[in-house]
Design a binder for this molecule. Structure first.
Ligand code: A2H
Length: 901
């Protein structure tokens, strides 16, 4: 296309932008998107209330947001066109850590590098870790979007400073410095988002927009009511839990607070206390007199009868750490740090190391280990011990662990290997494999058998050993039977917990938990697992779960895949930590040291949209308290508005009016979002509605979409394959952007926004306008056979497009097919001219059918060319006679024949 290649002219795009500008003025003047509730409750199909999860306000909206949002916008516009009373409100989320974390980062940069900062050159800069593997974010997910922002790696390979990110937003140095105050973010980004969304043509009722957090006193009151409501129904409890935790932030580190390690959960081990038998070697003189243990992390406490030794990494770094006044554990620093957050450190949250040690220092230490049939076992070298897993100390059970078996075999068979690490013969040679578990397939020395079967020759054959381990671990657990110890005869499955319990009771073992993979917080520290006292929402609790299932069963989810996603989430979703001590938000009303976490203040706020324009009077920040004072919004006011509470006597607000509004708009007809919100936000939305509202107010539908790619490549800031919404509109116009979004794909799979499609749309829409102008000026002709065919095709287009206004299909039947039929008609008519009435009908219909997708263009044609009254966006769905399939078929045949001839 000539005018989009290099050296292209932007004339056509600019024509569209101009048109859009003019059209939006008309809409503004008439407030066409403001939605008013009626006095009476809405009848079936009378109203359409659709929402999009409020995006997080630490940057500009991008095409990912626009893609998910377009699904809501197109659906809303379709319903509006057909005559429904449509409410599409739009709020902005500011709750949580990322804004505060970025503001703090900016402050630290200024402290370190000055104001404006002078950053060190790349050479002197430590190169940061590569950006974590992360699923492509479609951005509609406010949570995911949050997680992606702070650690951008520049092309030079070093981390981009927050200051540079802000420069990328086009801010001056003087402006950037003001963003050290988190409140500045809330003042800055939401109004820009409104501007971009208006330019997009979003049919939103902007009087109902607001920001979250206690900066908005009205919303703050609403969230407090919500939390108290949950608590009064026992849906919020306090509990001690193992949680991924950032020591630097001093609080739990949820997925969206992480720079890497999304989805990582705590892994629990049993730490076996292998007591070091005195006298201690000289290096340990310092701790003589204390109870010193090698603390070995195991997943299989039931195998402890068969221990033959322990393993360490010879050049691994270890230390002797104080656990309490009398006990000392030998393990890695990393493990000590985790333990320190689990009440297993003399000084809470601070490991204290009495002696620094290497693995070599430990080799040869005699130990007495719980349950072991061998009275004394020795510490030996194993090369596959990892120092970033468990404690770096492993207890060896060669009967059931292929690793242990091969490492022991290596030491037994190879004298030079023993000599290399100073291992004495008597620490190794007398120790035989002890049968402890019998397995139907592998016998009673499973590890030995599988190593022989797989012809594993040494401890270095990693891949084979990993495969062997997997087979045995599963087999041993599900099919093994204990043949040694107190529980001989019992299935391993059953004995395991009993044995673990016993070890814990006798204080021969402790529970230890660590992140199953490395997790870095967005503040930059490595996370630990901490035992924390926290407020939890009791998702997963049986009766509540049943209600949630009941709600789901009656919802329209648009695809089976989405339904399965929800069913799966309900099957595992459990208690959710809903309090935080760092960030922005609403305080937990009964425990004000904590804030409500960001996925917990956003589950029922759709109800707030129904009334907030009268409370906040259209002020995003809730600053206008001229009519209603936030203090007036007591719990009984909310109870009255949203539930069946009786009308509070004390209130001097017109509550009856507000209540009617809520009752008119609720329930929510559809919520649209990226599919990644199924596993948290959307399921929370179901749970919370069932806990708080009566059944008639539970949500009716969720529509989930996949991620969006740009030109078949993942959207990514670092590669530049990225567009903010503002950029896309500037580059293609709003309607061509919308056109390409509609064409990108509708299912749960990844969709594709193609620039070429947007460019082609620019050309099509502008050419179509010119063509219409020409036709409208031309003479009329008589009705012919071609007229009948074309009129029939128009009827088809109306019926097919209405059937299901799913956007790619709608674009096909309502635009492409109809255009093709018109072109064919034009060709058939040739010089004899087209029928003017029919052309009028075509232009009317075409303009209406495409209006939900290209509303500016359609509105312009409607008013300026077709000279119609009112707005096309509310023009009503066109009437159609029943389409004649026979005529369509006959014509197809005729056309094919003509081509063949
Ligand atoms: B298991 P996962 Cl009988 N480096 O305990 C290497 N391996 C380590 C380790 C480290 N830092 N820390 C723990 N491990 C071992 C018993 C056992 C284990 C038997 C059979 C299988 C088995 C006796 N050794 O593990 O990567 C410990 O060995 C195979 C699953 O967290 C611990 O349990 O799955 C297991 O690996 C933990 O491995």
């Amino acid at each position: 296309m000539a005018d989009t290649d290099s050296g292209r002219s932007f004339k056509r795009r600019d024509q569209l932008l101009e048109m859009e500008h003019e059209v939006r003025k008309w809409w503004d003047e008439s407030q066409v998107f403001n939605a008013e509730a009626k006095d009476q409750p809405a009848k079936q199909g009378e109203k359409f209330f659709g929402t999009f999860p409020f995006p997080y306000m630490n940057g500009y909206l991008h095409l990912g947001h626009a893609f998910s949002l377009s699904k809501l916008e197109f659906a809303a516009a379709f319903h509006r066109l057909r005559g429904a009373n449509v409410l599409l409100p739009f709020g902005f989320h500011c709750t949580g850590m990322p804004i505060k974390a970025s503001a703090d980062k900016l402050r630290r940069e200024i402290e370190k590098f000055g104001n404006p900062p002078v950053f060190p050159s790349v050479e002197t800069e430590v190169v940061n870790e590569p950006e974590p593997e992360s699923k492509p974010s479609d951005g509609s997910n406010p949570e995911k979007f949050k997680g992606k922002k702070s650690k951008v790696v520049s092309k030079t390979g070093r981390e981009t400073y927050q200051w540079e990110i802000m420069r990328g937003y086009g801010l001056s140095d003087a402006e950037i410095a003001t963003f050290q105050d988190p409140v500045q973010w809330l003042r800055f980004f939401p109004p820009l988002a409104v501007e971009d969304l208006k330019a997009f043509g979003l049919g939103a009722d902007w009087r109902r927009s607001f920001i979250t957090t206690d900066i908005n006193p009205f919303f703050d009151k609403f969230v407090r009511w919500h939390m108290r409501k949950l608590k009064s129904k026992n849906k919020i409890i306090k509990d001690l839990r193992y949680t991924i935790y950032s020591p630097l932030d001093g609080q739990p580190c949820a997925d969206h607070d992480r720079a890497s390690g999304e989805g990582v959960i705590p892994q629990e081990y049993t730490l076996i206390k292998m007591e070091v038998v005195p006298p201690f070697p000289p290096k340990f003189a310092h701790i003589e007199g204390k109870k010193v243990y090698l603390a070995a992390a195991t997943l299989r406490p039931e195998t402890m009868y068969g221990q033959t030794n322990s393993w360490v990494l010879p050049d691994g770094k270890y230390g002797a750490f104080e656990i309490n006044e009398t006990e000392v554990f030998i393990l890695t620093e990393r493990a000590a740090r985790n333990l320190a957050y689990q009440n297993l450190s003399r000084v809470p949250e601070k490991p204290t190391c009495l002696v620094e040690l290497t693995g070599q220092d430990l080799i040869g230490l005699p130990c007495r280990s719980p349950l072991s049939f061998n009275d004394i076992i020795y510490c030996l070298p194993m090369l596959s011990v990892l120092t970033d897993k468990g404690t770096g100390i492993v207890t060896s059970v060669p009967s059931d662990s292929p690793d242990d078996y091969m490492a022991l075999q290596d030491l037994k068979a190879k004298a030079p290997f023993r000599a290399k690490f100073g291992v004495k013969d008597e620490w190794v040679l007398p120790f035989e494999v002890i049968p402890i578990i019998s397995h139907p397939e592998f016998g009673d020395k499973s590890a030995e058998k599988i190593c022989n079967d797989m012809k594993i020759k040494s401890q270095n054959e990693r891949e084979k050993l990993d495969a062997a381990k997997k087979v045995i671990y599963k087999g041993g657990f599900y099919e093994g039977t204990m043949i040694a110890g107190e529980y001989a005869g019992m299935r391993v499955q059953d004995a395991k917990t009993l044995i673990k319990q016993k070890l814990l009771e006798l204080n021969q073992a402790v529970v230890y938990s660590e992140p199953e993979k490395k997790v870095m917080s967005r503040s930059g520290d490595e996370c630990v697992v901490a035992l924390t006292d926290q407020w939890y929402i009791t998702y997963g609790e049986e009766t509540w779960l049943e209600k949630a299932k009941g709600c789901l069963a009656n919802m329209n989810l648009y695809s089976d895949e989405t339904r399965h996603g929800f069913e799966h989430t309900l099957s595992w979703l459990n208690q959710w930590a809903c309090s935080r001590s760092f960030g922005l938000g609403t305080r937990i009303p009964w425990d004000e040291q904590f804030l409500v976490e960001s996925l917990s203040d956003s589950t029922i706020y759709m109800a707030y949209y129904a009334v907030c324009h009268l409370l906040q009077k259209g002020d995003l920040f809730g600053a206008d308290t001229s009519t209603v004072k936030p203090e007036q919004l007591t719990d009984d006011v909310w109870d009255y508005l949203f539930l069946s509470g009786s009308e509070p006597k004390s209130s001097d607000i017109d509550l009856t009016l507000l209540k009617k509004m809520f009752q008119y708009w609720y329930p929510l007809d559809v919520r649209v979002s990226g599919k990644d919100l199924i596993q948290n936000h959307l399921t929370f939305c179901i749970y919370n509605h069932t806990a708080i509202f009566p059944e008639e107010h539970w949500p009716r539908g969720f529509r989930c979409n996949g991620h969006i790619m740009l030109n078949s490549e993942k959207m990514s800031k670092s590669t530049g394959n990225f567009r903010t919404l503002k950029q896309a509109i500037e580059e293609f116009s709003a309607d061509a952007t919308r056109f390409s979004l509609a064409d990108a794909g509708d299912g749960m799979d990844d969709a594709n926004f193609v620039f070429e499609t947007a460019n082609a749309a620019i050309l099509r829409l502008t050419k179509e306008r010119v063509w219409m102008e020409e036709v409208l000026a031309a003479e009329s002709a008589l009705r012919t056979y071609a007229d009948r065919v074309f009129a029939n095709e128009i009827n088809f287009a109306i019926k097919m497009t209405e059937k299901e206004y799913m956007f790619r299909e709608a674009l096909k039947s309502g635009f492409y097919d109809l255009q093709a039929a018109r072109d064919e008609y034009r060709f058939s008519c040739g010089s004899s001219g087209m029928n003017r009435d029919l052309m009028w009908r075509f232009m009317d219909i075409q303009t209406r059918l495409i209006a939900p997708i290209c509303p500016h263009y359609s509105e312009y044609i409607w008013r300026k060319l077709l000279k119609k009254d009112g707005f096309v966006i509310k023009a009503g769905w066109p009437e159609a006679e029943n389409p004649d399939l026979t005529l369509q078929k006959a014509n197809r045949y005729l056309q094919e024949s003509i081509t063949n001839f």
